[in-house]
Design a binder for this molecule. Sequence first.
Ligand code: NI
Length: 172
Amino acid sequence: MALRKIIDYPDRVLRAKAAEVTAFDATLQALAEDMLESMYDANGIGLAGNQVGELQQIFVMDCADRDAPRTPKVMVNPHVIWSDENQSNSEEGCLSFPEQYADVTRFEKVEVKFQDVSGNWNTEHLEGLQARCAQHEIDHLNGILFIDRCSLLKRRMIVRRMNKLRRLHSSG
Ligand code: NI
């Protein structure tokens, strides 16, 4: 297993659409393990393929409390097949936007159909934080970011901060 570098906004890979996974092999298994390790290392609760430069439809997540046992999930070729009509607004962050947060409206409950790393199809009913996280990660696989779903004012503020951060890094 190895840590993968997490790519920050505004890298273009975050705007690309990930391709469907067709090879359920050892490489995919290793990618899933690396992504989980990288997510835990960065104290995140979700990480999508795009964020480690792999344009494949795969994301990992674990919304358990820090001190609770780990509950890693890996979803390949995921899509939402049902969503509750109720939506809720809550603060979100993203590992590709260090220390940036914004309120985003998401469905409270969703059903996600996905394949595991062996290619078997599953359906999971998710609620609350898990539902929010899965919607955020599926957005990533379509090149959509949480800043696309927050207020214009907040989006401008975050984009400005991220551009400033990039200039700082590239100059030093
Ligand atoms: Ni994210």
